[in-house]
Design a protein around this ligand. Structure first.
Ligand SMILES: [Fe+2]
Length: 145
């Protein structure tokens, strides 16, 4: 169970980091396709932010506290902070890479949920995998040459 709780913390921190990066890109993206990028990134951050609270509450259901600080998130997250303002296409490429890493993290956590017979959590994580696979399709379509 401890390995599941630890990976749920990594999943929470990584989801929050992905959300924050996407929201920042929504604010700062520039270029000829600004309206499309701004709206796409807005939809993306809203969808991902919607998962933050349920992930934290699943941690509480597992009788663990949910980390909620930048210090802990930067220790735990597999999605690294973005401190610069990349070009629009570079933003999309970075999110494509981060999204793929997040899918791997979710798969790892989902397998541990199944191993620990937490089927409600396993189903929730499967839904998150499906959502991020759809995000991956859209990000890949934007970045295709
Ligand atoms: Fe906005």
């Amino acid at each position: 169970m401890n390995d599941l709780i630890e990976q749920m913390k990594v999943t929470l921190a990584s989801t929050f980091a992905f959300y924050l990066k996407t929201h920042g890109f929504h604010w700062n993206v520039e270029g000829a396709n600004f309206p499309q990028y701004h709206e796409f990134l807005g939809n993306l951050y809203e969808e991902v932010f919607g998962a933050v609270d349920p992930i934290a509450e699943h941690l509480r259901t597992l009788n663990s506290y949910a980390p909620a600080s930048f210090a802990r998130y930067s220790e735990l997250s597999i999605v690294k902070d973005e401190v610069n303002i990349p070009s629009a296409m570079s933003m999309m490429t970075k999110l494509t890479t981060d999204n793929a890493a997040l899918i791997e993290q979710l798969n790892k956590t989902q397998a541990l949920a199944e191993k620990n017979k937490k089927m409600g959590l396993a189903n929730f994580l499967q839904d998150r995998i499906d959502a991020h696979e759809k995000h991956g399709w859209m990000l890949r379509s934007i970045t295709k040459a």
